[in-house]
Design a protein around this ligand. Structure first.
Ligand SMILES: NC(=O)c1ccc[n+]([C@@H]2O[C@H](COP(=O)([O-])OP(=O)(O)OC[C@H]3O[C@@H](n4cnc5c(N)ncnc54)[C@H](O)[C@@H]3O)[C@@H](O)[C@H]2O)c1
Length: 300
């Protein structure tokens, strides 16, 4: 790939990590006409990803949202690999979506730096690490960028394109073109910052909702109601925390605090108590709301 290669045209893309995010990112790219290799250390994870993606696409075809021909053409463009070096051979772009562990990711980018062409764009889907934490693991940090997809990647439109201090203009522009080729909406961050844009705003809203609750200003139900009916949110911040898992937000805050040592980054008292009691949201039957175990709807 030369400096002028168009990243919106049919590319060869390697997605590393076949979990919740990587599997769907790979299919999004294959549906958009790119040749995609999905790699994972774990052959079972690849098998699970393949099964889940096929089931999901069958449902979409049954509902008339996609044609059977488009779906089978996409699966024909998607190959599964456990051999990273073979998967990386000749690719234009790598999207890393492995476990959220800095050392695992840095080691992976060091390996990718050795086995990919020097002009391959290396991208991470991480939610936690800014580009400068990862870019210097590979030998060419100017070709590193974060492409932050949202869950579920097959559905969510936004992809944050996060530039690190060394990301070249050319790599940023071609990353934007690639995201557009997927039918997604690129949102560019000219400067890196922890949490990027959407999660920072989401976290600020959550923190304020918890502050209002702990200050006794209003109930969980009232705060959610205000967000839905005044701000047009599809669900209130407490409903959303119950849906995503209260422990997820708790662990994110603990990890942030471990880095900053700033007490302001610690999880709130309310969240800490819920996690300690095992009330993690919908998945445990109780969080800010109580759920009917058979329907998973509030109010049992
Ligand atoms: N889950 C989300 O809601 C979400 C949203 C946006 C971004 N992300 C980011 O996406 C990344 C992946 O998250 P996920 O939820 O899909 O994780 P996951 O745990 O579902 O999947 C991770 C996969 O990576 C594989 N893996 C681990 N180390 C590997 C290696 N060295 N080489 C190849 N494969 C390896 C594992 O076998 C597993 O299949 C993380 O960086 C996360 O921050 C997650």
């Amino acid at each position: 790939m030369s400096e002028t290669t168009d990243l919106s045209a049919g590319l060869t893309v390697l997605v590393v990590g076949a979990g919740a995010m990587g599997s769907q990112i790979a299919l999004v790219a294959a549906l958009a006409g790119h040749d995609v290799r999905l790699a994972d250390l774990d052959a079972e994870a690849l098998g699970r990803a393949d099964q889940q993606l096929r089931k999901r696409m069958e449902q979409q075809v049954a509902k008339g949202r996609r044609t059977a021909d488009d779906v089978s053409a996409a699966f024909a463009r998607l190959t599964l690999q456990t051999d990273l070096a073979a998967g990386a051979d000749g690719v234009d772009l790598v999207i890393e979506a492995v476990v959220e562990d800095l050392e695992v990711k840095r080691q992976l980018f060091a390996t990718l730096g050795e086995v990919c062409r020097p002009d391959t764009i290396l991208a991470s889907n991480t939610s936690s690490f800014v580009p400068s934490r990862l870019a210097d693991a590979a030998p060419y940090p100017q070709r590193f960028v974060n492409l932050h997809f949202f869950n579920p990647a097959l559905v969510m439109k936004c992809v944050e394109v996060v530039r690190g201090p060394e990301t070249s203009d050319d790599v940023a522009a071609r990353s934007v073109a690639f995201v557009e080729s997927l039918g997604k909406q690129p949102v560019v961050l000219e400067k890196e910052i922890n949490g990027f844009i959407a999660n920072r705003i989401l976290n600020a809203v959550r923190d304020e909702a918890i502050h209002l609750l702990e200050a006794g200003v209003a109930s969980v139900e009232s705060i959610d109601l205000a967000c839905r009916t005044a701000l047009g949110y599809p669900m209130g911040p407490f409903e959303l925390m119950d849906l995503t898992g209260i422990d997820i937000g708790y662990r994110t805050k603990m990890a942030r605090h471990a880095e900053t040592q700033d007490p302001a980054d610690l999880p709130s008292r309310t969240v800490t108590e819920l996690v300690a009691a095992g009330h993690l949201g919908r998945k445990s039957g109780r969080g800010f709301y109580t759920y009917d175990p058979s329907t998973q709807t509030p109010g049992a």
